[in-house]
Design a protein around this ligand. Sequence first.
Ligand code: NDP
Length: 496
Amino acid sequence: MDQNVIAQDKLYIGGEWRRGRGADITSNFPADGSHNATLPGASLEDVDLAIERAQDAVNDPAWRKLLPHERATYLYRIAESIARHADRISHVQSRDTGKTLSETRALAMSASGTFRYMAAALETMEDTLTPPRGNYLTMSVYEPLGVTAGITPWNSPIASDAQKVAPALAAGNAILLKPSSWSPLVCLELARVIEEAGLPKGLFSTLPGAGSIVGERIVTHKAIKKVSFTGGTATGRDIARKAAGKLMPVSLELGGKSPTIVFADADLDLAVAGVMFGIFSSTGQSCIAGSRLFVERSIYDAFVAKLVAATERLKVGHPFEATTQVAPLIRPKHRDEVEDHVAKARADGGKVLTGGERPTGSDYKDGTYYRPTIIAGLGNDSRLCREEVFGPVLAVLPFDNEGDLIRQSNDNDYGLASGIYTRDFPKAWRIARSLDTGTVWINTYKQFSISTPFGGTKDSGVGREKGRDGIRAWMAQKSVYCDLSQAPHPWAKSAL
Ligand code: NDP
């Protein structure tokens, strides 16, 4: 094992570092295929142990009786600890996922911000006094659910982990985190900072291991009171079915096939930059990737030519190079899948305007690199416009008018995000309100704020994360009626 990549090959279970008793998980560096680490993953016994410890911890008065501002101090400390170790977290995440250091550093700082925000939201969260219909006081209060779980994908681990762990703890729960088997290392760094912050043992465990074994046990275990899942739509559907069997609430952040729209009156430099950032940053491995581009027909040829020229100037390179814009894909199997989507698009009559191949040269020979790719000539009903590629592949299509645009944009199973480029604000507002997506960006893309709720519609999921209400999504609502009359109920009076 490369000691520079992970400190030890143990998992954080029930507040202790233990050797996992499940199958080994191997992490390689996508830039050159070198070995990062092999980690014994969690077993079913490990899951059960984590749940047992979590039940004890969440019911312990030392945690259960904390007032919100007291609980918040742990989250503030975790936020500080992540920021203090951001360079190390970023390094491990770049080794694990192949993402650029600048991106993984930003993700670490975003995770820190998530803990800080949730701490502040917790301190200022209020229960509600509701209007009574009689001589009594009525209140709606929020209480922890108990032992909860987060299941996350490989593309932005520390940030998506924080979006589950921070609100779950803020709500007073315990949480088990199951990361993707493709990015098992970052969760150990999160465990280290949580331990450093002094969170009571047992409230947080991290369980890397196969989704079909470890993930399935977590979802179906009767002690788990909520699962928040981010990942593919098929997996999300499967989890929702199992959750329905035990009537457990789930939050599902799933895939996307997001439309980006460029009107003829747009600032074209701004639009080209935004379109490229929307699809090619993170090498397209983003649920919100703007992967279907609709361009108003009057500027279609000129805009696409400008976009292709700019795309060819993007720097494909090593994740540790400061100038790199497009880093390798997560692993060879995933590149094979991306290549398969491009081959199918070609077979369907698509014209590859740029990319559609691996870059050549000694710098690229051992890494899972793929060139940013733009494909024209396919209809909105083509496989390329329907299936999530999760790679740097953009489909471009013309549109004739607003009606045609809305029809095509919304004619898709997914509904996660969208982008609009125009100088006409009333038009942008009109289109934004007509798009069936959870988020709309106007003259920008992939901008995020922890205070703004995020989630999808249709096959992109159910539920919202982030925002002040993000904590309440991890709580049980309880109504309390308190009679003020201090008199026996009139219905029973005659019997007294
Ligand atoms: P998967 O759905 O394959 O996996 C996501 C997580 O679920 C992993 O931890 C995986 O574990 C686990 N898992 C797999 N099968 C099960 C199961 N039966 N029960 C419980 N857990 C299971 O997605 P990917 O990892 O391939 O991630 C990419 C997908 O995530 C894309 O579709 C993307 O759009 C989506 N995504 C959505 C986001 C959003 O916010 N809407 C954000 C980021 C990504 P294991 O790795 O061991 O299989």
